[in-house]
Design a protein around this ligand. Structure first.
Ligand SMILES: NC(=O)c1ccc[n+]([C@@H]2O[C@H](COP(=O)([O-])OP(=O)(O)OC[C@H]3O[C@@H](n4cnc5c(N)ncnc54)[C@H](OP(=O)(O)O)[C@@H]3O)[C@@H](O)[C@H]2O)c1
Length: 281
């Protein structure tokens, strides 16, 4: 099966995708934009016109640039002769194919290929296989995107237009907000002079995520809320101030529903925790 892909924008995503495709035996036809090539000897086509010049028809062009720049870049490509002969996707989870309207208007097939993963600056391809990827587009394009997904080992999920907002907000909560919480927790440790911060918490976080993967979330939950240990929670609320207190209260609120659904905590204890949260604001 031939997978003919060109990637414009060689930052974290573009480079990781190019490497993953190359490792699967599908070296990208062309790479372009700013950033760093994924392999020695590969040169970047710096501008959209360099990217399209001589590109075989029906290439899948992946626009891997910052979310806010996608519509303007799509308009630049759309103004070029021959652009309509290709298919275009962007790689942002924040919006559906509408961000490529300028290209759809000239008759190009447009869609989205968003790998749901947090990619590090280098060797991001290590994180790709096993991730999910959200897709959108007309059926023939989605079929091509499924083939790309299959080649790099992701689980494809097709999204409807009104699902992108909730999908991306959920991703921000589960990934970015997790790091924000970890940062606040580390600050608590540092302020108290606890040794081995910030590494102390990482095995705990990893264990929690492994449990969440192996078990239902309700079964993975441990800690004072699901045990109904109201005394422990009172002590924490007496101790905490400022940002860590706000984060702790938001965390308790998030955990309360999970603890109720687990059926493991006495209802009267959970009611008492709910009252503590309301009074703690
Ligand atoms: N990083 C992740 O973990 C991840 C995961 C899933 C999806 N995504 C999505 O992938 C897309 C790219 O994210 P990223 O993290 O790879 O961003 P990034 O590291 O900032 O890379 C974007 C690259 O595109 C270049 N670029 C932007 N506009 C350009 C233009 N008009 N002409 C030429 N080059 C241009 C940038 O160059 P300059 O910096 O010089 O402008 C940069 O090299 C975003 O839509 C993001 O939401 C990212």
């Amino acid at each position: 099966m031939e997978i003919r892909v060109a990637i414009f924008g060689m930052g974290r995503f573009g480079r990781a995708l190019a490497c993953a495709l190359a490792q699967a035996g599908h070296e990208p036809e062309r790479i372009g934009g700013r950033g760093k090539p994924h392999a020695q000897g590969r040169k970047l086509a710096p501008e959209p016109q360099d990217m399209l010049r001589g590109l075989p028809p029906e290439t899948l062009v992946v626009l891997a640039v910052q979310d806010d720049r996608i519509p303007a870049l799509a308009a630049q490509f759309a103004a070029l002769p021959g652009a309509g002969a290709h298919s275009f996707v962007h790689t942002s989870g924040a919006s559906g194919p509408g961000a490529l309207k300028a290209l759809a208007d000239i008759g190009a097939q447009t869609g989205v290929f968003h790998v749901l993963q947090s990619l590090p600056p280098e060797k991001g391809e290590r994180r790709i296989a096993g991730s999910y990827a959200a897709l959108a587009g007309p059926p023939p394009l989605v079929e091509r995107l499924r083939q790309v997904g299959h080649a790099i080992g992701v689980h494809p999920v097709e999204l409807k237009p009104d699902q992108w907002g909730p999908y991306h907000a959920a991703a921000v909560l589960a990934s970015n907000a997790l790091l924000g919480l970890l940062d606040i927790a580390n600050e608590l440790l540092r302020d108290a002079g606890v040794p081995s911060a910030p590494h102390l918490l990482l095995p705990l976080v990893q264990g929690t995520l492994l449990n969440a993967n192996e078990l239902d979330l309700t079964a993975a939950l441990t800690g004072p809320v699901v045990r109904g240990d109201t005394g422990t929670i009172k002590k924490h609320l007496e101790l905490l101030q400022g940002q860590s207190r706000d984060a702790y209260i938001a965390g308790l609120r998030a955990v309360l529903g999970l603890a109720r659904r687990s059926g493991r905590a006495p209802a009267d204890k959970l009611d008492e925790i709910a009252r503590l949260i309301d009074q703690a604001k």
